[in-house]
Ligand binder design. Structure first.
Ligand SMILES: *[C@@H]1O[C@H](CO)[C@@H](O)[C@H](O)[C@H]1NC(C)=O
Ligand SMILES: *[C@@H]1O[C@H](CO)[C@@H](O)[C@H](O)[C@H]1NC(C)=O
Ligand SMILES: *[C@@H]1O[C@H](CO)[C@@H](O)[C@H](O)[C@H]1NC(C)=O
Ligand SMILES: *[C@@H]1O[C@H](CO)[C@@H](O)[C@H](O)[C@H]1NC(C)=O
Ligand SMILES: *[C@@H]1O[C@H](CO)[C@@H](O)[C@H](O)[C@H]1NC(C)=O
Ligand SMILES: *[C@@H]1O[C@H](CO)[C@@H](O)[C@H](O)[C@H]1NC(C)=O
Length: 744
């Protein structure tokens, strides 16, 4: 008995001492608990069964991490059914690495092609399992790094060897306890301009966008980080991505997560004894491949998120309006190749570059040469710099439709071919808020100049329904910017409103009365006539013209034009017949009712009750209440109490304390009750519609941010969810149907 015990102990000891990092022809590895351990003890290789499964696999995992993390599996698609010490991994006669199950069936073979005289199989400190000649340390005849599973380790090449045709791609585990190949994979896609593509089965699911010198066009993130360095190598022999740890004591890996359909970078936190997610892709619905279809542009803060590029219209507006964007957009018809004024480019800044499958590149061309090259080819639809570093170099050209466009922080400039009559303005998407403010300032100045100009010019010059262009010079580009808003002359408006007759009066807002009108062509319009006595009128008017021109939104009343003549300042809106806007505002989802609710709940101190139940779990209540408060501030009766756009932007982007909102305007029956306010409005009751016209831009900002702040996680992707009560309350009665439709 004692002898048997000693023998067992000795056997165990010998096994422990022999915890080697290599297999030789004389020393195979059996399924009896023995393992290989890399020299520095980081990685371990052996037989294992995942969780509840009884199947046996050969795998590599981190030795010192308590949560077993398998980073590579040899026979992932050929499991051994039974645990048995007769399962063995051996070096075969011809120097290949093979795996036998108990019945001596060959289960797996490394299929190394070159023969060696004295082969050993070694597990390196990097986690790489290699076959090599015993006396040649750095020449590998085969290596597991060339056959990744679902995990990318530091130092692994992810991508193609063009000389051998090897494609090192990642494929997820099928389930948590089944390492066989799932349907979520990722690989380097070749082409004129390679990028990395994720697949969900055979469906393209995400692409990183081309590498632009120090990052991938569509992967937002810091180019330097404390954890790892990375590079993308693209030459005639190889195309691959690789990252290397800056400090090998930090453990971070890239894993394909089939459950969530996310490629995750996870980092081991020793103190917490768990992995934390450092980065996930795709991040949002705009990241999902081609969400907005051909020539559609995805703007995650937008509502809806898909918009056609300027110069393009939805292929099927019915589908598009039903939020089925896959059919994408087509040219609006103006563009004619090579025809003067009908052919040119518009610059879109902050863009993820389109799918490069149908693209062409030249690393030495300048941007000007690139433009010329594109102009000379009628199939060319867009161009950009190839490399974005050092001010931009090289040329990338796209032919045919543009796919998978989105606005992204730190995105690139993309020049899209469109009719030049609209090609003037540079659209800077990525920095929307700042741009709106800057544009407003520039445009305001220009507008003042235009006003002066118009007053100076003789009356005839301003007569008739002419289009007035506000032109600014963009210093950097030397380009011209056109802000177009049609100008209507006073006579047209007088005719349309039957000389501002009382029957045509819809009501009165904070700045003056609003009339209904009918243009000669039969179009119905609403006209807001700024009261002459309002000292602030001109400023607000200017802002409103500019903002309305910039912030057109399908949930908002469209501004059709303006009129300035003599003392008159007027804005012309599309008229909302009773059966659309009014129904929604005053009918089923009464405004009055909803607002009232909003204001009452606010007064009671329970504004969070406005949040629809379906939003409850996906919203940060604090942020929603903040949006509601900003919405209420926008609706205060006196224009001077309402925040201006810059203030709204600050309020939405900071956590500063907000002022307490005063009672919304339309709750006050008679303005005269408010005191000595302007004399020509004392008896008119406030009309809800009019108020909404005045506060739209302000509300719209709150609304957009409300959307941005309320997202729900569905299928691993973030979808904006807006529910009727939220829209109704925050937006103060802007149509809620499209919002409600998104609330599933
Ligand atoms: C041997 O084992 C393999 C894998 O476990 C199995 O597929 C095969 O049917 C077995 N063969 C025999 C003859 O039992
Ligand atoms: C082991 O394999 C044999 C046949 O290959 C099978 O009959 C037996 O049930 C298996 N044992 C277990 C525990 O699965
Ligand atoms: C090795 O070759 C066999 C036969 O061609 C094939 O079935 C098997 O999948 C290959 N093994 C690996 C690991 O590629
Ligand atoms: C590497 O990381 C460890 C643990 O965080 C730290 O103690 C060590 O100083 C780091 N080494 C370097 C060279 O930064
Ligand atoms: C995928 O991510 C979820 C959530 O982080 C995690 O619970 C699960 O284990 C992950 N699956 C894999 C295969 O890593
Ligand atoms: C790339 O552009 C340069 C400069 O225009 C030209 O000399 C060169 O031939 C081009 N290369 C290719 C492959 O077209």
């Amino acid at each position: 008995m004692a002898i048997a015990l000693i023998c067992t102990l000795l056997l165990l000891l010998s096994q422990l001492c022999n915890a080697s990092d290599a297999i030789t022809q004389l020393k195979p590895l059996s399924d009896d608990g023995s393992t290989l351990v890399s020299k520095d003890g980081t990685f371990e290789l052996g037989f294992f069964s995942p969780r509840s499964s009884g199947n046996r696999y050969i795998g590599v995992w981190y030795k010192n991490i308590p949560v077993r993390t398998v980073v590579w599996v040899a026979n992932r698609d050929n499991p051994i059914r039974n645990k048995s010490s007769t399962n063995t991994m051996v070096i075969s006669q011809d120097g290949n690495l093979v795996l036998f199950s108990q019945n001596e069936t060959l289960v797996w073979s490394a299929n190394a092609t070159r023969k060696v005289s004295n082969p050993i199989v070694q597990l390196l400190d990097t986690g790489n399992l290699v076959i090599r000649e015993a006396n040649e340390e750095n020449v590998f005849l085969w290596q597991s790094f060339d056959f990744p599973c679902d995990t990318l380790l530091s130092g692994m090449k992810f991508g193609r060897d063009l000389r051998t045709g090897l494609n090192r791609r990642l494929t997820s585990w099928k389930t948590w306890d089944d390492p066989s190949s799932g349907d979520f994979s990722m690989e380097v896609e070749l082409g004129g301009n390679p990028d990395i593509v994720m697949w969900k089965g055979k469906v393209e699911y995400f692409r990183t966008g081309p590498y632009t010198g120090n990052m991938f066009s569509g992967v937002y993130g810091p180019t330097t980080n404390p954890l790892y360095d990375y590079k993308f190598v693209n030459n005639k022999d190889e195309v691959y991505f690789q990252y290397t740890l800056k400090n090998s004591s930090v453990i971070t890996i890239i894993v394909m997560n089939q459950t969530l359909y996310l490629r995750q970078r996870v980092t081991w936190i020793p103190e917490a004894e768990s992995w934390t997610i450092y980065q996930s892709l795709p991040r949002d619905s705009c990241d999902v491949y081609n969400t907005c279809g051909a020539n559609g542009n995805c703007v995650i803060a937008g509502s809806p998120i898909c918009q056609c590029l300027d110069g393009f219209v939805p292929k099927s507006s019915q589908q598009w309006n039903a939020m089925n964007w896959r059919q994408g957009c087509v040219r609006s018809g103006e563009w004619k190749c090579g025809v003067k004024n009908k052919d040119g480019f518009r610059k879109f800044s902050g863009m993820k570059l389109p799918d490069t499958t149908h693209s062409w590149v030249n690393g030495s061309m300048t941007l000007e040469e690139c433009k010329a090259k594109c102009l000379n080819d009628c199939s060319c639809t867009a161009y950009s710099n190839l490399d974005n570093t050092g001010g931009g170099t090289g040329c990338s050209i796209w032919v045919g439709d543009l796919y998978d466009l989105r606005v992204i922080e730190s995105g690139q400039d993309l020049y899209v071919r469109i009719a030049t009559s609209d090609a003037g303005a540079d659209v800077k998407h990525g920095k929307g808020k700042k741009v709106i403010v800057v544009v407003s300032v520039i445009a305001s100045l220009v507008f003042v100049m235009l006003l002066a100009f118009c007053i100076y010019m003789t009356k005839e010059k301003c007569q008739g329904k002419i289009k007035t262009k506000l032109r600014t010079e963009d210093k950097n580009e030397g380009r011209q910017e056109d802000l177009e808003l049609p100008f209507f002359d006073l006579a047209t408006v007088v005719t349309a409103t039957n000389n501002f007759s009382t029957e045509n009066k819809l009501g009165e807002g904070g700045f003056g009365p609003v009339y209904k009108g009918t243009l000669i062509d039969g179009q119905e319009i609403a006209i807001k006539r700024l009261s002459r006595s309002s000292g602030q009128g001109l400023k607000e008017f200017r802002n409103e013209v500019i903002l309305c021109a910039k912030l057109q939104h399908r949930n908002l009343v469209k501004v059709l034009g303006y009129c300035i003549e003599q003392e008159e300042k007027m804005l012309l809106y599309e008229y909302m017949p009773n059966k659309s806007l009014d129904l929604i505002i005053f009918g089923k989802f009464s405004r009055m009712f909803c607002f009232s609710t909003a204001w009452c709940l606010w007064k009671e101190g329970n504004p969070e009750q406005l949040v629809d139940a379906c939003l409850a779990n996906s919203c940060n209540v604090f942020e929603v209440v903040r949006c509601i408060q900003i919405g209420l501030l926008c609706l205060q009766h006196h224009p001077s109490d309402r925040p201006n756009m810059t203030q709204v932007v600050v309020m939405l982007t900071s956590e500063n304390a907000l002022p307490e909102p005063k009672e919304p305007g339309f709750l006050i029956r008679r303005v005269s009750k408010e005191g000595d306010h302007s004399s020509n409005r004392q008896t008119t009751s406030i009309n809800e519609k009019l108020l909404s016209l005045e506060v739209l831009p302000c509300i719209q900002m709150a609304y957009k941010h409300g959307v941005k702040r309320c997202r729900t996680i569905s299928n691993g992707i973030l979808f904006p969810v807006v529910c009727s009560s939220f829209c109704c309350s925050v937006v103060g009665g802007i149509p809620t149907v499209p919002c409600a439709r998104q609330c599933v």
